[in-house]
Design a binder for this molecule. Sequence first.
Ligand code: ATP
Length: 590
Amino acid sequence: MERIVSLCKRKGFVFQSSEIYGGINGFWDYGPLGAELKRNVKDLWWRAMTQRRDDVVGLEATIIMHPKIWEASGHTTTFADPMVDCLLTKKRFRADQIDPQSGVVYHFSGAESADKSKKSDEAYSCLVAPGKNPELARKSARQFYQQRGVAEAVLLGERTETVENSTRYNPENGSLLTEPRLFNLMFKTYVGPVESAENVAYLRPETAQAIFAQFKNVAEVARQKVPFGICQIGKAFRNEINPRNFTFRSREFEQMELEFFIRPDEAVEAICGEVARPAGAGHPGPPQRNWGWQMWHKYWVEERLAFYENIGLPRATLVEYWQKPEELAHYARATVDILYKFPFSKRDEKGELAGEELEGVAARGDFDLSQHQRFSGKAMTIFDEELKAAWAKLDEAKKSALAERYFESRRNYLVKMNEAPEQAQKQARQDATALGSGMYVPHVIEPSAGVDRLALALICNAYCEDQAPDEKGKLEKRVVMRLHPRIAPVKAAVFPLLKNRPELVAKALQVRDLLRPFMTVFYDDAGAIGRRYRRQDEAGTPFGVTVDFDTLGEQGAELKDTVTLRERDTMKQSRVKIDALPTLLLERIR
Ligand code: ATP
């Protein structure tokens, strides 16, 4: 990871934000290559998610929205992580990310100075790992009491206790941590000149809520019928307690989110007579009318995995992790996290990299739109003509069975949201009746991915060290970024063999201009050709195009107007006609 971070800085993929002032923790800037890489990632996602589909449209909403949105979504009350501080160093951790420790804990009830002029009754504890010297605990305790004004402390009330898998101690120094306190991750600001409670607003911690808030507007103008989706790419902000692992956990980052709205299963059953459920592994194929939420969820998990493979993350580097029932958010029916095996990932029992989250694909029921319906007082229901027509043809027993199921799920939701039981009953009954006339709040499948995490995964996956011959043919170490041509920041580098030969330079500039309308091209005439290749290898440029004397026809007419095409990964060189270059390269980078 250290080598990757250093290459990112050296080549201009990623810089620390505000570096000249010492940086600011959790914020990162993308340099020239990183900016292109990120742009490619977003473009490819946008193309795959909306431009190449009939059933998804785009949205671009503001970062600051009405604060009620975050009340409805639950973020103001529940978007919090447990935070703990080291009693000795004050270092802050996320309590749920502390690795469990075992060993002997040394407890102290207090301390006093040798001359008894100073005393502290504050208790302190320190864990000593098996095989480590117990003096470490006493040393740590003396430091702790020194910070409280008791110099050269005589420790009081020492006792020991054996603990296993405890997360109460700092993994770095064994010191006791504070009790966990919940910390809301939303960045707060004020809208307008007055810093008062009624002007508080938040930087969005996710892009998804804007999609729900604009659902009705988009559904009307896009002339889409459920099932259909709305997608968005944009900045999100989270005041993470402990930003770490380079850009993986940042405080400002970008998300790519899709909310794909589907019929409730009761509506599918009324229309199709049945609800198809996943049978077996793999992609379930093109969407079908009889799909319920489980098929749609499976479909999106598979679509997203295919997307990652398509931009160069091999399947073996990805993990499809189904959240366990106890891990699911209360409204989620199922969530699959797509993990990438980052070099900093934890290892499982078998010593394999476990992977860290790139994206979550969640089946969220009708929770989000229902919440906005309750908080805004605006209906989030849609009218489904097909459902109304199908319902009218059902026999009474079927109608009542489906209505009852729908009633139950609506009531459960309302009760969970603390509606009074009678009110929940009444509202759910109305909702069930409305279903029969074709009205419902759509359910949703949410694939939610992070641009920065994906860019980092692509960088980690591409980093490679191998051997290449130097000017004299001697093998030397080569760093090469094996980025897939689709996401490589620069697609082709064009080199004149020598920079002091105007004919070569003129021809090379012509080649550059020929390719430029189709792809990012980098022109480089500085230094030995081998060195120029090497620089592009580190930048991940998949193709090098060299204009030499053969190009000018000096070795015979048959080589005139041909160039050397060098491939980054294999370092293979071939002779290609200049005219054929754009088509040949486009085939490889699209
Ligand atoms: P984590 O458990 O890692 O904090 P999360 O489950 O809270 O992530 P979501 O709320 O599901 O994440 O956000 C969707 C996606 O947004 C994540 O899969 C990730 O790619 C990205 N993301 C979330 N938080 C961050 C962050 N602090 N820095 C970079 N990307 C992030």
